[in-house]
Design a protein around this ligand. Structure first.
Ligand code: MLT
Length: 209
C-alpha cells in the first residue's frame, strides 16, 4: 500500500501477518525511496509490518532524510530538524495504523537518521539495525539507551564511510548503554547476503516485546 503525504511523508505501509514480530521502520539510502528496502525487509522479517517513509530532501533529485553540504559534511541544524520530523511521522503513523513500537532498519543515510532518532527520543524505537551508518561528529550529551538493542553492520571496504566512523558510532551507542552488536563485514558500501543473514538471525534472537 502506498499512501500519500497525509501523515507528513510519502510512505508505504505493509501490514504484518501473524505471528507478526516487531514492525520495521524502513529508512532508505540516498537516492532511494519508500520501495527500496521492502524486498530486503521481506527477507529479514517476512511477517513483520513495514512502515517506509520517503526522505523529503532532494539532492539533485535524489531523496534523502537530511541535507548535507557540497563537501559531504552534514547540515547539523537540518539533521536535527529532520530527525524530529521523522519522529513526528512515526508517532502519527503508529496511531493511524495501530502499530506497535517498531525497530528501525536503516541503510546509509537512513541508518544515520535512525541513530539520530535513538538519541533524540530513546523511547520511540524498539531498537535499530544500522547498515553502513557513521558518526561524523560528537553528539554528546547522549541519553540513556540501556537495554536498547542495536545491530551495526559496517563494510571493511566501504568507499563512502570509513569503518572507523562506524566504530565510533558503535562505541558511542555502547557508552549510552545500548545493547550493541557490531560487525565489520568484508564488503563495500553496498549490502550483501551476509548483511541479510546477520540481520535476520539477530532479529530472530530478540525477545518479543
Ligand atoms: C549521509 O549523508 O548520510 C552519508 O554520507 C551516507 C550517504 O547518504 O551517502
Amino acid at each position: 500500500m502506498t499512501a500519500a503525504a497525509d501523515l507528513g511523508f510519502i510512505h508505504r505501509f505493509e501490514p504484518g501477518r501473524e505471528p507478526a514480530p516487531v514492525p520495521l521502520l524502513l529508512l532508505h539510502g540516498t537516492g532511494g525511496d519508500e520501495n527500496d528496502l521492502i524486498p530486503l525487509a521481506a527477507r529479514i522479517a517476512p511477517t513483520s509490518a513495514l512502515l517506509s517513509p520517503r526522505g523529503k530532501v532532494s539532492e539533485h533529485g535524489m531523496a534523502r532524510y537530511f541535507r548535507r553540504f557540497a563537501d559531504g559534511s552534514w547540515d547539523r541544524a537540518d539533521f536535527e530538524a529532520r530527525t524530529a520530523e521523522v519522529l513526528d511521522f512515526l508517532k502519527r503513523a503508529r496511531a493511524a495504523y495501530a502499530l506497535p513500537k517498531p525497530m528501525a532498519l536503516g541503510y546509509s543515510n537512513g541508518a544515520n537518521v535512525a541513530w539520530s532518532m535513538l538519541l533524540k527520543d530513546p523511547g520511540a524505537l524498539a531498537g535499530a539495525i544500522l547498515m553502513r551508518a557513521m558518526l561524523p561528529f560528537d553528539p554528546r550529551p547522549i541519553p540513556d539507551l540501556r537495554g536498547v538493542p542495536v545491530l551495526l553492520l559496517a563494510g571493511a571496504h566501504d568507499e563512502l564511510i570509513p569503518p572507523e566512523r562506524a566504530g565510533l558510532l558503535a562505541a558511542l551507542l555502547g557508552e549510552a548503554g545500548a545493547d550493541v552488536t557490531y560487525e565489520v563485514l568484508p564488503l563495500g558500501h553496498g549490502l550483501g547476503e551476509q548483511d541479510l543473514r546477520l540481520a535476520a538471525s539477530w532479529l530472530a534472537s530478540r525477545k518479543p516485546g
